[in-house]
Ligand binder design. Structure first.
Ligand SMILES: NC(=O)c1ccc[n+]([C@@H]2O[C@H](COP(=O)([O-])OP(=O)(O)OC[C@H]3O[C@@H](n4cnc5c(N)ncnc54)[C@H](OP(=O)(O)O)[C@@H]3O)[C@@H](O)[C@H]2O)c1
Length: 254
């Protein structure tokens, strides 16, 4: 008979609030850190989970310890704790790599992941490095897991978790434009959200056709799609998206 994996969570905030509803679908046992008591208590009540006395209590009992504190707190939080061999620290801390964390959690091993809050709906494309079966099994409750080949790839790839946020702004702007043209706000929101999802689904599913070709099928000469796209390119609308991504990678290097 296999024994349940114990998952401890240090840092029960915004991200974890949206991941726990998905992760509890696994057969794992979960222990939450007490800090952020309001969220911990709510999750503990809702999903019948345990709240630990201290972070060391979590480390003593968990096979996998999720670290989900803010990046600038991460090193201080793990440095105070005594880790053990055979244990895995699954860090969600953006921009905090193995050079900063691995030494402080030895002899436990570090695995890094970058989920997003759509985990709640099993829609988080979660980055993982290095690939690790136990972490993959846990994170797959939240959506597709995408393992990377090297840690160098983690920094630029994790910028896409911010892109996930930026798309909300785009959806909001386009929805507002629709509302200004007489569409009820809730109808506008649904239409734009579903159209965004429809484009993403085409790109995800039609993998034998390049994104350029998919677009060329839509933006045919004299089409409305092509006319709008011409204006977006003329006004250099996509360059700022690259600048924002470059900025975040530069920030992670400094
Ligand atoms: N939110 C997202 O969508 C998202 C997406 C991808 C990655 N991430 C990463 O996930 C991490 C968490 O982000 P978040 O948005 O969930 O932040 P958050 O809402 O601020 O949650 C962090 C939690 O950690 C707690 N904490 C701080 N020090 C602690 C300690 N010593 N022991 C136990 N808990 C402690 C905080 O408590 P206090 O409030 O009392 O300080 C807070 O409840 C970050 O590193 C972020 O980069 C977040």
């Amino acid at each position: 008979m296999s024994t349940a994996v114990t998952v401890g969570i240090i840092g029960v905030g915004h991200l974890i609030r949206h991941m726990v509803p998905a992760m509890v679908r696994s057969s794992h046992r979960f222990i939450l850190s007490a800090r952020g008591r309001k969220t911990s208590s709510r999750l503990a009540d809702q999903y019948d989970l345990e709240i630990a006395e201290s972070n060391q209590d979590i480390v003593n009992r968990a096979d996998i310890v999720i670290l989900s504190v803010r990046p600038f707190d991460a090193v201080a939080v793990v440095t105070d704790l005594e880790w053990r061999d055979g244990q895995t620290v699954l860090s969600f801390c953006a921009g905090t790599g193995s050079a900063e964390l691995a030494l402080h959690i030895a002899p436990a091993k570090l695995v890094m992941a970058m989920p997003v809050v759509a985990a709640q709906f099993k829609e988080s494309p979660t980055l993982l490095y290095p690939d690790n079966m136990a972490c993959r099994t846990l994170l797959e409750t939240c959506g597709p897991v995408i393992a990377l080949a090297s840690e160098e790839q983690f920094s630029p790839a994790s910028v896409i978790a911010c892109y996930y946020g930026w798309v909300h702004e785009l959806v909001g702007q386009v929805s507002a434009w629709l509302s200004e043209h007489g569409i009820e706000p809730d109808v506008a929101r649904q239409l734009v959200a579903q159209m965004t999802r429809a484009a993403a689904t085409s790109v995800r599913e039609r993998i034998d056709t390049s994104v350029e070709e998919l677009l060329a099928e839509l933006a045919t000469p004299r089409s409305f799609t092509a006319a709008g796209l011409e204006i977006l390119h003329r006004e250099d609308s996509f360059a700022p998206w690259r600048h924002a991504a470059d900025h975040l990678v530069d920030q992670q290097k400094s």
